[in-house]
Ligand binder design. Structure first.
Ligand code: ZN
Length: 415
């Protein structure tokens, strides 16, 4: 789980737990949890998932008996901030540090538990909705920066925004250790997720540049491989920032030129060279979703089509289109033809029109099932795959077929 050559590395998110750097224990189980040995006890960076808490505790305790002094949440996401349970049950009483917006995140999670459970079910193709409702609340929060003296070791916490508004990163200058949380994930930045709240591409790039200026020797990311070597660390940080800024600049230019959101979404592309980097593959989020996220940040929700301002229902629109086509059967036939030609985007529109105009028409549901099975196969981004798989499974349910779930989750949610 270590590379000195990120340009040619093969990223992965699973590995054996162990000491990855002097006094740093790494537990890579989709998400990376780290324990840093300090003169006063352990600093646990990201306790991880709730369901992995026991295995994390066990692994750490095989490494050291040192007491848990402090835990930090690099942000309040489910894969990072819910794994303290086993430590607390074993009697640990750590300081729990987080950026102050983590409190608001947990409150929002409590308010919207059912909504988030369904989002995660769809996003990760889970068999049922699941989302935590117990929180190990931070005991110490900060707004901008915090320095903690752990014996003679100074630990610096800096607030950031990026994938979330409650991010922070951790810098240990005496060791030149940088813990980035999900500001580095060995994927194109997860900065556009279509189902989740606002994300912050510009602040993300700023945080990356700030970290690049530290001259860190070691980078410990939220997911994926640890990076060693000052040039390697700086390259990954700077290039990830540049990847975001290339998208940001295009969006701003087009917004200021008066283009509509739909025009902008179709026109903007990531930097083609950076998009080939092993640490900037769009296998998780999709660059087009980053564009939409920026449009939401800087604009309203209107898409530029006046008919969509106060629209007819999608079902009414679909019935009108089917009538114009000469019946739902024509729409279905056209959908299959488009699918045959490989025009899967248009085929998907036909499938939506057909199933919304005639939800009980089994041929319409078969088209929908086949269209989304194809789109699922074509699409690399997990965020898109989850939605396509859910749509396919809706059609399967309408046809009385078994749903397809990712039995053993790609991302290990249920490991
Ligand atoms: Zn994460």
């Amino acid at each position: 789980m270590l590379t000195r050559d990120p340009l040619h590395a093969a990223p992965r998110v699973w590995g054996d737990p162990g000491e990855i750097a002097p006094d740093v224990f790494m537990h890579p189980a989709f998400v990376n949890s780290y324990a840093l040995r300090t003169p006063v006890g352990l600093l646990l960076v990201d306790p991880g998932f709730g369901h992995a808490s026991d295995s994390l505790l066990q692994a750490v305790r095989q490494w050291t008996d040192a007491p848990l002094h402090t835990a930090v949440y690099t942000h309040g996401h489910v894969d990072h901030a819910f794994g303290l349970r086993a430590f607390l049950a074993a009697g640990a009483q750590p300081q729990i540090i987080a950026q102050e917006n983590c409190l608001g995140r947990f409150r929002r999670y409590a308010l919207t538990n059912g909504w988030n459970a369904r989002i995660n079910q769809r996003q990760f193709s889970l068999p049922q909705p699941v989302f935590p409702h117990h929180f190990d609340w931070p005991t110490l929060t900060f707004r901008d920066a915090l320095t903690q003296q752990m014996g003679d070791l100074a630990v610096h916490y800096r607030a950031a925004k990026g994938e979330t508004d409650d991010a922070c990163w951790v810098w240990v200058p005496a060791r030149r250790y940088l813990f980035t949380g999900d500001l580095i994930i060995w994927q194109a930045p997860n900065c556009g997720n279509p189902q989740k709240v606002q994300r912050y591409p510009a602040e993300w790039a700023e945080a990356l540049d700030c970290m690049a200026g530290l001259d860190a020797e070691w980078l410990f990311p939220g997911h994926g491989l640890v990076i060693q070597g000052r040039d390697a660390v700086r390259t990954v940080l700077v290039e990830t920032a540049h990847y975001l800024r290339v998208i940001i600049a295009q969006v701003l230019e087009r917004m200021n030129a008066g283009q509509t959101p739909e025009e902008i979404v179709h026109a903007v592309e990531p930097d083609p060279e950076l998009a080939t980097r092993p640490y900037l593959q769009a296998n998780y989020d999709h660059p087009k979703f980053i564009v939409r996220n920026l449009l939401r940040l800087w604009g309203g929700w209107w898409n530029g089509n006046a008919a969509d301002l106060l629209p007819a229902t999608l079902e009414a629109q679909a019935r009108e289109i089917a009538a114009l086509a000469g019946g739902v059967g024509k729409v279905i036939a056209r959908g299959h033809a488009l699918l045959q030609e490989g025009q899967t985007q248009l085929a998907a529109h036909c499938a939506e029109w057909a199933t919304r105009a005639a939800p009980h028409d089994l041929d319409a549901q078969r088209l929908k099932r086949d269209v989304y099975a194809r789109r699922l196969g074509e699409e690399r981004a997990l965020m898109a795959q989850g939605i396509y798989r859910a749509a396919m499974n809706d059609a399967r349910a309408a046809l009385g077929e078994e749903p397809e779930s990712t039995v053993r989750l790609v991302m290990g949610w249920q490991e």
